[in-house]
Design a protein around this ligand. Structure first.
Ligand code: 13P
Length: 249
């Protein structure tokens, strides 16, 4: 059986004290889990969190990376820097980056390539808005998001690139997608990718994100095509995130 992934995206929240509190509060659950637990703190806390989790099973992710290798890009953080401070994963193309910071499918594809060439596992976020779901365009939107990455990086990268389906209408709204809706989209993503290459079938992982909570995580995890969760708000509460980790069989 594939290991599942339970990832927590802290977004732009917290401080030094709360970062410590979260890490200490989830250590037991993470170390006892037979699955992979990943946390994505804000950039400035990555180094200190890396130190705190060095003897644990928790893995470190960044929330974003620059779309260039290095150079005069004031305020940006490169993939190499993220590897250097202990990240093994990086979120790419989160809907908040796409919507608020104008990240296009092309930029997301460039970032995915840079993550991979610097030894990071990208967690490629895709998903439709409410309007796109209601007008039945979700397949086209997700295809465009995925195809831009395939065109730039090739299909084989999905042997090591994780996909996260995060419907924009379910993020931070408390209005999670039903497990059935999520599974339908995951199945679509799974067959879209595996029909292009058999090689990715054994390792492809697609996570669900959007209002995941302690009382719905087990439902997602039990779906055939859901290989884990990407948790936002609930990952800031150590007891709740621990419950989510423990909800995975
Ligand atoms: P919420 O769990 O707060 O809805 O956020 C989901 C998300 O965007 C994770 O990346």
């Amino acid at each position: 059986m594939k290991k599942k992934i339970i990832a927590g995206n802290w977004k732009m929240n917290g401080d030094t004290a709360s970062a410590t509190e979260i890490v200490e509060g989830i250590l037991d659950a993470a170390n006892a889990s037979s699955h992979d637990v990943v946390i994505a703190p804000p950039f400035v806390y990555l180094s200190s969190v890396a130190e705190k989790i060095s003897d644990s099973k928790i893995r470190l992710s960044a929330q974003n990376l620059a779309d260039h290798e290095s150079g005069a890009f004031t305020g940006e953080i490169s993939a190499k820097m993220l590897s250097d401070v202990g990240c093994t994963y990086v979120l790419v193309g989160h809907s908040e980056r796409r919507q608020m910071y104008g990240e296009t499918n092309t930029v997301v594809a460039q970032k995915t390539a840079l993550a991979l060439s610097n030894g990071l596992t990208p967690i490629l976020c895709v998903g439709e808005t409410l309007e796109e779901r209601e007008s039945d365009q979700w397949k086209d939107v997700i295809l465009a998001q995925i195809n831009a990455v395939i065109e730039h990086c090739g299909i084989e990268i999905f042997q090591e690139t994780i996909v996260a389906y995060e419907p924009v209408w379910a993020i931070g709204t408390g209005k999670s997608a039903s497990a059935e809706i999520a599974n339908e989209v995951h199945e679509f993503i799974y067959y879209t990718l595996t029909s292009k290459s058999d090689k990715i079938r054994p390792s492809l992982k697609v996570l669900y994100g959007g209002s995941v909570a302690a009382d719905n995580s087990a439902q997602y995890m039990s779906q055939t095509y859901i290989d884990g969760v990407l948790v936002g708000g609930a990952s800031l509460k150590p007891s709740v995130f621990s419950e989510i980790i423990r909800s995975v069989e």
